[in-house]
Ligand binder design. Structure first.
Ligand SMILES: C[S@@+](CC[C@H](N)C(=O)[O-])C[C@H]1O[C@@H](n2cnc3c(N)ncnc32)[C@H](O)[C@@H]1O
Length: 235
């Protein structure tokens, strides 16, 4: 198979020098962006779908699921789990990649809002995947990377086994640095060889282009107290 995918080009020589400051800020100051109505509706539908399933079935979140192939794979691999894939792109979600298993759901929503609603509703995913998030490799775009974003404490607070994969090693290293700052937990950055078992289209594209892939997996406690609130900010 032929595939071409350009290597990441960045103007950063190493981890972003403002990362620790960004994480500190996210841990201290609440995210005030209002939650969009469409994501509130989408979340309520997802919450209702979860409530219909077998009581106590563990939850898997596939955050930024793209076309939802990974959501389908995970649902088949973990048949006793409920798997929710979330992506903001209606176009990607609408592509036909076969029937969805009964234990899977695809949701169109903005994760920055969806994650906050999930935490507020008490969701505690057993597994949480961030598979090939947009890298935003320019130094000026640190705030758009999940670990440089104000939503970062919420991602961590949800808890469970969090797995990040990327074709940019520095993204995973920065994420590990931010995780350690927020929780004290060290997560190893490992190379990832998917072999013939691709979990996502981006994993496939990067691998057949000869790029190295990187991953981090860490088991986190459910820790809503990590997220700053207005009350805490006033102290
Ligand atoms: C590089 S693609 C990876 C897709 C898929 N995980 C894969 O590996 O094939 C990143 C995905 O994250 C989604 N995304 C980025 N920011 C998002 C947000 N704030 N809310 C929901 N989805 C988002 C994009 O729409 C896109 O589908």
């Amino acid at each position: 198979m032929h595939a071409t995918s350009r290597n990441i080009v960045t103007n950063q020589p190493g981890a972003h020098r403002d990362l620790a400051r960004r994480v500190e800020r996210a841990l201290r100051h609440p995210l005030r962006k209002p939650i969009a109505d469409h994501t509130r509706v989408a979340f309520e539908q997802a919450n209702a779908w979860l409530a219909q399933g077998a009581a106590g079935a563990p939850l898997i979140l596939d955050a930024g699921c793209g076309v939802g192939l990974s959501t389908r794979h995970l649902a088949r691999r973990f048949p006793d789990h409920r798997v929710i894939g979330v992506d903001r792109s209606a176009d990607r979600l609408s592509r036909d990649h076969g029937a969805l298993p009964d234990n899977a759901l695809l949701v169109r929503a903005d994760l920055v809002d969806f994650w906050r609603l999930a935490l507020a509703a008490g969701w505690q995913p057993a597994r949480h995947y961030l598979l090939y998030p947009n890298p935003y490799p320019k130094s000026a775009h640190l705030k758009a990377r999940w670990h440089g974003h104000a939503i970062f404490p919420v991602i961590v607070a949800l808890g469970g086994r969090l797995e990040l994969r990327s074709n940019w090693r520095l993204y995973v290293e920065e994420f590990a640095q931010a995780l350690e700052q927020a929780t004290g937990l060290k997560a190893a950055v490992e190379d990832h060889d998917p072999g013939a078992h691709y979990l996502t289209p981006f994993e496939h594209k990067y691998h057949v282009s000869g790029q190295s892939l990187w991953r981090l997996a860490v088991t986190l406690p459910h820790a809503p107290g990590l997220v700053p609130t207005e009350a805490k900010e006033e102290c």
